[in-house]
Ligand binder design. Sequence first.
Ligand code: FES
Length: 105
Amino acid sequence: MYYEKHIFVCENLRTEENARISCGKFNSKKIKDLLKQKLKESGSTKKIRINQSGCLDRCELGPVQVSYPEGIWFSLKSESDIDLFLSEYILNDDLEKIKTLLIDN
Ligand code: FES
């Protein structure tokens, strides 16, 4: 795998009345931008890529993100979630410590 971790953040936003819920309604763009900013500020030299994605079809669990190579699904909802995810998963590869962030995998 080219990247050590490749993380996709759903930013899909549905604005139509009576539309299915979407990750964009949970500030997913802000979550992605903050995660990218904090990763950069960490000074990590790991090959980590964070990309926005369209709908991943798990909208009701949103906001959702998925990371490879593990293929884990998770939901970052707050700045403290982002801090935990960054320090324990991205920088230390410790899945045990981010159990509270994981969604049905
Ligand atoms: S809108 Fe994010 S998974 Fe569908």
